[in-house]
Design a protein around this ligand. Structure first.
Ligand code: G1P
Length: 907
C-alpha cells in the first residue's frame, strides 16, 4: 500500500484508505488534561488520567476488535444505515472488495480529519476531530454531503459510548461500576455522573460528569436520545449494527433519568432532506467536567460550524508554535519527519509513558530517566523554566545517591515509597548529569552548580538495600539533619553523590552493579551478581565531565573551594589501591551509607576545587582503563567490541561464545560516548556492529544478537521473542544514542548510517505501518511499535541539531561544527537549521558549493547578519562567543551563513 503524502511544510499529511492498516492510531490532546487516541475509524479512547476515562480504555489489540468506537450514523431513507466512520457491519463485509468506501485520513499536530464516500449511499462524510487547547472536550465536526443526483432524506445520529470511570474497572467490576452510573438526558445530549468512583484509592464520591452533547450547524438540537447501550444496540444487535439505527427507533426525550446501565451518547437528530451537492453539519462534543455549567457554555462558544473552525485554527497554530525548530536538508521528507520527531517530546510531556494504545501500562507520568531525557528537547524548544525544572527535579535525589522512583503529577513532587523496597535502577544517577551539562553548555549558567536543592527522603535507605525503621509519615519527604532541619545541598553536591556512590557500588569484577536493571528495563534478573559495564562507562564519563564543569566554574567565578556535605569526604579518597579492591570500595560505600542512614550530620566542609577535579579525573580514568583492560572481547575474525554485562552467575555475557557471537549495542554506545573506546576501538566496534547487529530491513542496528536462550540469570528480555522490544529489536532510543556517540567522536558517516536507517524505516510506510515520526522500536517484521511516546525522539532531535548540524552551546558560546554529509545538502548546496539559542532566533545556513563530504570540508567563512565574524580558519568549528550573542538585538531572526570549503579534518 502506498504511504502517506505530505501536504505542506508543517507535517500535514494524508493517507488514503488508512483503515486498511491495522493498529494505526493518532494522538490528539489539549493542555487541560484530556488526551485521546484516534484510529482511522475513530476507534481509540480518551481520558484525563488512570481513574478518569471518558471512553473505554484500549490496548493495541482492541483497535482491531472493539466495536464500540465513536460513531456517526446516517439512516438513509429507502436504502439503509451508513456509518461515517466505517464502523458498520456492512462496511466490514465490503472490506477487501471493490465495494469498499473511499476514505482518507488527513492529520496534523493534534487534529485529524477523516473523509468517506459511499457509492451505494451517494453520500460523503467528513469528521474533523480535535481538542481545544484549554478544554477537556473532544470536538467532532461532522459534515454530510449528498453526492448523488437525487435528493436524499437522512436521519443523522451521533453514537459515542461513554465509559466514565477508572481504567482499572475494565476487568475489575466492570458491571458493578456500571451500577454507579446516573444517566441524564438534557435538551442537547447525554450526561453521566457516576455516584462513586471505585479505584485503587478506595471508594470515592465522584464529581465528574462524562458527557456527549451536540447540535446541528443550524443550531437544531437532537429530537431524542439513546442514552443506554442496551437500548441503543437492542437485543441481538451490536455497535456495528445497532437496532436503534437500523430501525430509526424513537429514543427517550430530554429530561430522562436512568440508573445503573452502560451509557451511550446517542444523539438522534431530526431527518433532513439534502438536495444534490447540498451539505449539512453537526457539532458533537464529548468531554469530562466537574462543572455542569461548562457543558451549557459550549453551545454559546461553538454555536456554529465557523466557530468550531476558528477554534481549530487556533489549536493548530498553538501546537505548531511549540515546535520552534525547522530543518532544511536536500530530503524534504526527512525535514517533515524531523518536524514530527520534534513534536514527540511534547506528546510525551502530555501522555507520559502511558495512555496511547501500545502503552497500556503505567498510570501516566514518566519514570526518572525519561523525565531527565525529555528535558533535553525542552531545553532546545522551550528553555524558559528549564532551570527551575532542573532544580525541582534534583530534589528527587536521595542522600544515598539513589532517587525517588514515583514521580508526582506536579513538577518537583515525588511520592514516598511507604511499604516495600522498590527497585534501584543503576543508570538513574547518570541522566541528571547529562542533562545538566547540556543545560550549562547551552546557557553558560555555571552558577546552577551552586544553587541548593533538598534531598528526597522516604523509608528506603542504603540505596534501596534497607529500610529506615525510624522513618514515618511525620518525618516528611525531605531529608533532615540531626538537628531536625531540612538538609540542602548544592546541585554539584547532588551530582557528586549520584556519581560517587555509583562508583563504589561494584560487583565482583569491579564494574558497577546492575541492581534492578539499567536503561534496559528488561535486564532485571541479575540483581545479585549482575554488573553493567555499559553504564560503568557512562559514570566514568560523568566523573570527567563534572571535573570539566568545575574547572570552568572556578575560572568563571574565581572561587577556589566548594562547600559539600561533610560525610562526602569518605567518598573522596583518591587511591589506586582502593580503586583496585572491590572489598575496600564496598567498605567505603557502606561507611558513607551508614553515616547518613536516617539523618545527616548537617555539617559542611570546604573542598578545594583543584583537588576535587583531580580526584574525579583519577576515578574516571581508573574506571575507563579498567574497562579497556578487562572488557574488550573479540570474535574469531579478530574484530572486537566491549562486553556490556555480567549475569547473575557473575559471568561475562558478550563475546564469541560456544553458542555463537553475543553482542549488545548498549555496551558499545557508552564506551564510545564517554571516551573509554579509543578511535581504533571505535573502528572495530562499528565493524562488529555492522556484522552482527545491522539489519537494514528492520531499521538498522539491533539491540543485541540472538542469544537463543531464555537467560533467566540476566533478564526477562530473553523471554521476549527475538527481534521484539528489548530483545534484539531495532530499539530507536539506543540506535540514536549509538549515532550520537559516533558523531561526538567524529565518526559522522557511521553515526549517520544509524540515524538514516531509522528514518528510512519509519518513513517506509509499507513496512513500518506508522504515521510520520519515530516509534519506540521496529519489530522483526519491520513494523513500528509503540509510536510517539519514546525518548528516542528527544535524542534524535538533539543529535541532528547538536551533532549533524553541529549547532550547540559550549558554556554559553555558540559552536558551529557541521558534520553533514554531502548527500544532505539541497540542489543549491545548502542545508539550514532554524532554532532558538540564548533567547534569540537564528537561521544557520551551511553552504557547500564545492560539494565536499564530511571530512573533506572545513569552515572557510562565517557571516552573521551579513557581517563577517572573526574566525580562525582551518578549524573544525566556528565559535560565536556569548558576549557577541548578547550584543545582538532580540526579536528578529539572525542569519548565520557558514561557507564550507575544501580542507581536511583529521579525526
Ligand atoms: C522505554 C522506557 C525507558 C527504557 C527503555 C528501555 O524507552 O521509556 O525508560 O529505558 O524503554 O527499556 P523509550 O523508547 O520510551 O525511550
Amino acid at each position: 500500500m502506498k504511504g502517506y503524502q505530505f501536504e505542506d511544510t508543517q507535517g500535514t499529511f494524508h493517507l488514503k484508505k488508512a483503515e486498511n492498516i491495522s493498529y494505526l492510531y493518532f494522538p490528539i490532546a489539549g493542555e487541560a488534561g484530556l488526551k485521546s487516541s484516534l484510529t482511522p475509524n475513530l476507534g481509540g479512547d480518551a481520558k484525563i488520567d488512570q481513574n478518569t476515562f471518558l471512553l473505554e480504555p484500549v490496548s493495541a489489540e482492541n483497535l482491531v476488535n472493539n466495536r464500540n468506537s465513536r460513531n456517526f450514523w446516517c439512516n438513509v431513507k429507502g436504502i439503509g444505515s451508513w456509518s461515517l466512520t466505517g464502523n458498520a457491519a456492512e462496511a466490514l463485509s465490503k472490506k477487501f472488495t471493490e465495494m469498499q468506501d473511499d476514505s482518507e485520513v488527513t492529520a496534523g499536530f493534534m487534529w485529524q480529519k477523516t473523509t468517506r464516500e459511499s457509492k451505494k449511499y451517494q453520500l460523503r462524510g467528513e469528521i474533523l476531530s480535535f481538542i481545544p487547547v484549554e478544554k477537556n472536550v473532544e470536538v467532532m465536526l461532522v459534515t454530510i454531503t449528498n453526492t448523488g443526483r437525487m435528493a436524499q432524506t437522512v436521519t443523522p445520529t451521533a453514537a459515542i459510548p461513554l465509559y466514565g470511570r477508572s481504567a482499572d474497572n475494565i476487568r475489575d467490576h466492570r458491571h458493578v461500576t456500571s451500577l454507579l452510573h446516573r444517566i441524564e438526558t438534557t435538551d442537547i445530549g447525554v450526561l453521566v455522573t457516576p455516584t462513586l468512583s471505585f479505584d485503587e484509592r478506595g471508594h470515592q464520591v465522584n464529581h465528574m460528569t462524562y458527557y456527549c452533547v451536540g447540535w446541528s450547524g443550524n443550531g437544531e438540537k437532537p429530537v431524542d436520545f439513546y442514552p443506554t447501550a442496551e437500548d441503543f444496540v437492542g437485543e441481538g444487535g451490536n455497535f456495528e449494527r445497532p437496532y436503534a439505527i437500523v430501525k430509526n427507533a424513537e429514543g427517550v426525550k430530554a429530561g430522562t433519568r436512568i440508573e445503573g446501565l452502560e451509557a451511550v451518547g446517542g444523539l438522534h437528530f431530526s431527518e433532513v432532506t439534502l438536495e444534490p451537492e447540498e451539505e449539512c453539519s453537526y457539532l458533537i462534543f464529548t468531554g469530562i467536567t466537574e462543572d455542569i455549567q461548562e457543558i451549557r457554555n459550549l453551545s454559546k462558544t461553538y454555536t456554529t460550524r465557523e466557530m468550531v473552525l476558528e477554534e481549530l485554527e487556533k489549536t493548530k497554530a498553538y501546537w505548531q508554535e511549540k515546535v520552534n525548530v525547522a530543518y532544511h536538508t536536500g530530503d524534504s521528507d526527512f525535514n517533515q519527519f524531523m518536524h514530527w520527531v520534534s513534536f514527540q517530546p511534547i506528546l510525551r510531556r502530555i501522555y507520559g509513558c502511558s495512555f496511547l494504545p501500545h502503552h497500556d501500562y503505567g498510570k501516566g507520568g514518566r519514570g526518572w530517566r525519561d523525565l531527565w531525557q525529555d528535558c533535553l528537547a525542552l531545553l532546545i524548544m522551550n528553555p524558559d523554566g528549564v532551570r527551575q525544572m532542573l532544580l525541582d527535579n534534583f530534589a528527587g535525589v536521595r542522600v544515598d545517591g539513589s532517587n525517588a522512583t514515583i514521580i508526582g503529577s506536579k513538577q518537583g513532587e515525588f511520592v514516598a515509597d511507604r511499604n516495600h523496597i522498590t527497585r534501584v535502577w543503576m543508570d538513574h544517577g547518570v541522566w541528571p548529569m547529562i542533562t545538566t551539562k547540556f543545560y550549562i553548555d547551552q546557557t553558560g549558567d555555571l552558577e546552577l552548580l551552586e544553587k541548593e536543592a533538598a534531598y528526597f527522603k522516604d523509608k528506603q535507605i542504603a540505596r534501596g538495600t534497607r529500610t529506615d525503621t525510624l522513618w514515618d509519615e511525620s518525618y516528611g519527604c525531605w531529608q533532615k539533619t540531626k538537628r531536625g532541619v531540612r538538609e540542602e545541598g548544592t546541585i554539584l553536591e547532588h551530582l557528586l553523590l549520584q556519581n560517587l556512590t555509583a562508583f563504589y557500588e561494584v560487583g565482583e569484577h569491579n564494574n558497577i552493579r546492575l541492581r534492578g536493571a539499567d536503561w534496559n528495563d528488561a535486564l532485571d534478573m541479575a540483581s545479585e551478581k549482575g554488573e553493567s559495564v555499559a553504564f560503568s562507562n557512562a559514570y566514568a564519563g560523568n566523573l570527567a565531565d563534572i571535573a570539566e564543569l568545575l574547572e570552568a566554574y572556578r575560572k568563571k567565578t574565581g572561587k577556589e573551594t566548594v562547600s559539600l556535605l561533610a560525610e562526602i569526604v569518605s567518598l573522596l579518597e583518591d587511591n589506586p589501591a582502593l580503586y583496585d579492591s572491590v572489598e575496600k570500595k564496598l567498605h567505603v560505600l557502606e561507611e558513607y551509607l551508614h553515616a547518613c542512614e536516617h539523618d545527616t550530620s548537617g555539617e559542611k566542609v570546604e573542598i578545594s576545587i583543584e583537588k576535587l577535579t583531580e580526584n574525579l579525573r583519577h576515578k574516571s580514568e581508573w574506571l575507563m582503563e579498567h574497562i579497556r583492560k578487562n572488557e574488550w572481547v573479540k570474535d574469531s575474525e579478530e574484530s572486537g567490541w566491549f562486553n556490556g554485562y555480567y549475569d547473575n552467575h557473575g559471568r561475562q555475557v558478550e563475546g564469541d561464545t560456544k553458542t555463537g557471537v553475543r553482542m549488545m549495542l548498549t555496551g558499545q554506545v557508552f564506551p564510545i560516548m564517554a571516551g573509554t573506546a579509543t578511535d581504533e576501538q571505535i573502528r572495530q566496534i562499528t565493524k562488529s556492529a555492522d556484522r552482527y547487529l545491522y539489519d537494514e530491513k528492520v531499521g538498522g542496528y539491533r539491540l543485541n544478537t540472538d542469544f537463543g536462550e531464555v537467560k533467566t540469570d540476566l533478564g526477562r528480555m530473553f523471554g521476549f521473542s527475538y527481534g521484539d522490544k528489548e530483545n534484539g529489536a531495532v530499539f530507536s532510543h539506543m540506535a540514536v544514542m549509538y549515532a550520537n556517540a559516533l558523531y561526538k567522536r567524529g565518526f559522522a558517516k557511521e553515526g549517520y548510517k544509524s540515524l538514516h536507517a531509522l528514518y528510512r524505516q519509519s518513513a517506509n510506510f509499507e513496512v513500518s505501518r506508522i504515521y510520520p515520526g519515530i516509534p519506540e522500536y521496529f519489530n522483526g517484521r519491520g513494523r513500528g511499535m509503540y509510536h510517539y511516546l519514546t525518548g528516542a525522539a528527544s535524542w534524535y532531535m538533539l543529535t541532528v541539531i547538536t551533532e549533524m548540524f553541529g549547532v550547540r552551546g559550549q558554556v554559553g558560546d555558540m559552536i558551529l561544527e557541521p558534520k553533514l554529509l554531502k548527500e544532505q545538502f539541497d540542489e543549491e548546496k545548502k542545508a539550514s537549521l532554524t532554532l532558538q539559542f540564548a533567547d534569540k532566533n537564528w537561521k544557520i545556513t551551511y553552504l557547500n558549493r564545492e560539494e565536499k563530504d564530511y571530512g573533506e570540508y572545513q569552515i572557510a567563512d562565517v557571516t552573521v547578519d551579513g557581517e563577517k565574524i572573526n574566525f580562525v580558519p582551518k578549524q573544525h568549528e566556528a565559535i560565536l562567543p556569548k558576549n557577541m550573542i548578547e550584543k545582538l538585538s532580540g526579536n528578529e531572526t539572525h542569519q548565520i551563513e557558514v561557507v564550507l570549503a575544501q580542507g581536511n579534518i583529521t579525526l
